[in-house]
Design a protein around this ligand. Structure first.
Ligand code: TEU
Ligand code: CA
Length: 557
């Protein structure tokens, strides 16, 4: 296995709007991030993935960029950015920027020009089509509800927007667009950043002819089929030649709809495209006709099946990313663990053990290291996310869901659950701001905050800190091969990792009930317990796991 720094790294994702506000306007900013770098150094993370900080009207909280070479006013200045980057590098922390180039904001100068006339030089930077029989050019739905097409009266044509109407899709078939993107990427690399997280990069190549998609039973729109399109690998290989291959970068592609087979191309070991991908198979589990808007929990057997497949089938061909949450997902503790007062701490540690002992680059989403939970807002006025608000209206007005059921889905699966302010302490607004935050602070901040956990050696923070440290001490955790045990067990997820001379056993009880298991013979003697969330000392032949108990045994071969 060829060694790479980004295979050995742990990444921390910052959602800047909610991380730390330094000037009292209730919005997180770059100077706020800089003020908290020692906390991240203490946690032990190696890389920060920073969600977009470029100029944006914030229709989708920065994922709608109006100027790729300017910092969003609310977040600060380019000088603030340069200082933040320098302070990160001083601490040995690398910075991966979020690259959003499937679309721009409709306020980007390219789109302002493009919509002016059919013969404008920027017209073909975007995807314009005439009406078909007086209606939208095809039946595609937007990821944020409604049609994926918006009629523009100025030139009496429709433009494509797979996301909000203020996020027109770029036309990647146009070499001028690709050149603009590569020039911009080189500009940021010359500033010294260390990589890119590539937003919906699997969607940049659209199917030939933009044909109608299949409308699911009971659905309102057709699926765009825009994932893993006909030219996506060509474009990424060109990007690699023009930009990525010139620097020592880490790149991760956000690849909705990616299969293991496709992932082998996006993140192939030959380095012709990206370092790794975010797969969606895990986080899309328990979705239904109406996507993620369900109140269903994920059965452990499905969780194990997906994680095991990605661990074993990508082995030696491409590199995994490892994540259970991000700014688009509910809090992983609430979704995959147990956020009740009784089991919150032990189950947060169990989830972290399960993920961080696998093969791949682990991602910690801000607040996950504290065991932050869903906010469970019960009123629509407390929601800020365009996706949640638009789907609430679409599904209740179409009679698909009652307002009560749709609110339950927002409480369980809405993205705002992960976007409430970082909980730094038990004082005013959790220490996030001196002002009024742009979104309400989770009401549990007095019980769950960094200040309390930094002084508690048994906190979730210190447990994450230890997991991250173990990854640096034991090469088997980074490079060992994965083998699942107890595959059919409906409470236990257990697996081994093996590397010449070392072997590791990870055991996690995902349930609130006790679970019996046999320790494999080879770990019953002369094995060392690297970490345990309940302080277990006896590892005899049979063990009865407590609710959400997790431990890792290690031995030299
Ligand atoms: O997300 C892409 C994406 O697929 C989202 O639609 C996400 O999976 C969904 O919201 C989950 O319910 C990226 C960014 O991460 C997201 O924040 C942006 O809103 C989106 O692209 C558009 O840029
Ligand atoms: Ca601020």
């Amino acid at each position: 296995m060829d060694k790479k720094w980004w295979k050995e790294a742990v990444v921390y994702q910052i959602y800047p709007r909610s991380f730390m506000d330094s000037n009292g306007d209730g919005i997180g900013d770059l100077n706020g991030i800089t003020s908290r770098l020692d906390y991240l150094k203490d946690l032990g993370v190696d890389v920060i993935w920073l969600s977009p900080v470029y100029q944006s009207p914030n229709d989708d909280n920065g994922y709608d960029i109006s100027d790729y070479r300017a910092i969003m006013q609310e977040f600060g200045t380019m000088e603030d950015f340069d200082r933040m980057l320098s302070e990160m590098h001083k601490r040995g922390i690398r910075l991966v920027m979020d690259l959003v180039v499937n679309h721009t904001s409709d306020e980007h100068k390219w789109f302002v020009e493009s919509r002016k006339s059919k013969d404008n030089p920027y017209r073909d930077y975007y995807i314009w089509r005439d009406a078909k029989e007086g209606k939208e050019p095809n039946n595609w739905g937007s990821c944020f509800s409604g049609s994926a097409w918006k009629y523009d009266p100025q030139t009496e044509m429709y433009y494509l927007h797979l996301f909000s109407t203020k996020q027109p899709d770029l036309n990647w078939e146009n070499p001028a667009v690709r050149k603009e993107v590569f020039d911009m990427m080189n500009w940021w690399c010359e500033k010294g950043i260390d990589g890119f997280r590539m937003d919906v990069i699997s969607m940049i190549s659209k199917p030939e002819g933009l044909p109608d998609g299949k409308i699911p039973e009971g659905g309102l729109y057709g699926d765009s089929g825009c994932v893993n399109g006909p030219h996506v690998h060509e474009y990424l290989q060109e990007m690699n030649r023009e930009v990525l291959s010139k620097y020592d970068l880490m790149t991760v592609g956000e690849c909705a709809g990616v299969t293991i087979e496709e992932a082998e191309k996006y993140a192939s070991a030959d380095g012709k495209e990206l370092s790794m991908v975010f797969q969606f198979e895990l986080v899309d589990l328990a979705s239904g006709t109406y996507g993620k808007w369900t109140d269903k929990r994920v059965p452990l057997k499905d969780f194990k099946r997906v994680m095991t497949a990605w661990q074993t089938e990508l082995e030696g061909k491409a590199w995994n990313s490892l994540f259970l949450g991000n700014h688009d997902q509910p809090r992983c503790l609430s979704r995959f663990g147990d956020d009740s007062p009784e089991y919150r701490v032990v189950s947060a540690k169990m989830l972290a053990t399960c993920l961080h002992m696998m093969q791949g680059t682990p991602y910690v989403y801000q607040g996950e290291e504290l065991g932050m939970t869903n906010a469970y807002f019960t009123e629509l006025k407390d929601y800020r996310d365009i996706e949640s608000i638009q789907y609430f209206h679409e599904y209740t007005e179409a009679g698909i869901y009652t307002p009560e059921y749709m609110m339950k889905c927002l409480m369980l699966r809405g993205r705002d659950n992960a976007r409430t302010p970082m909980q730094w302490e038990d004082s005013h607004q959790a220490g996030f701001t001196e002002g009024t935050p742009w979104i309400r602070v989770n009401s549990n901040y007095k019980e769950i905050n960094a200040k309390q956990q930094l002084s508690d050696p048994n906190s979730i923070f210190h447990y994450y800190q230890k997991l991250i440290r173990l990854r640096k001490e034991k090469p088997v955790i980074v490079y060992g091969t994965f083998e699942a045990l107890y595959r059919e067990h409906d409470q236990i997820f257990a697996y081994t990792r093996t590397l010449e001379g070392e072997k590791l056993l990870t055991v996690c009880n995902f349930s609130e009930h006790v679970a019996e298991m046999e320790i494999p013979e080879e770990f019953q003697k002369n094995a060392e317990c690297l970490i345990t969330n309940l302080g277990r000392k006896d590892f005899g032949k049979k063990v009865v796991l407590k609710p959400y108990e997790a431990f890792v045994l290690y031995r030299n071969l």
